[in-house]
Design a binder for this molecule. Sequence first.
Ligand code: ZN
Length: 118
Amino acid sequence: MSPRRNRPGRRTASGRGGQGRPQPEPVDPERVRRGVAAVQAWSDGDWMVRAIPAPAATKTYRCPGCVQEIRPGVAHVVVWPADGRGDLTDRRHWHPSCWRARENRTPAVERSRNAPRY
Ligand SMILES: [Zn+2]
């Protein structure tokens, strides 16, 4: 008489469950919570760009583009070098429009010099 049904708890059905046992995945929950960054290739290198939705913007930052403050509650982007130059403390918070307009206001790396024209 053994009152406890001790099941080994193996559902051998399809093997894809693994229920109740959160397996360590490469997904960092913190990263998911804060949003996913995407690499953008610019003429001055690759940049990681992460959109910060308004509810997640809780501090005041200064946008390097317009040198204005980004107030809490304002959606913006966080940008940092993607290729390991600098480090993770080297992030910048930008207004999205300032970030996109960045190349226009930099004194022009002429990219057209290889462009054949005839
Ligand atoms: Zn700005």
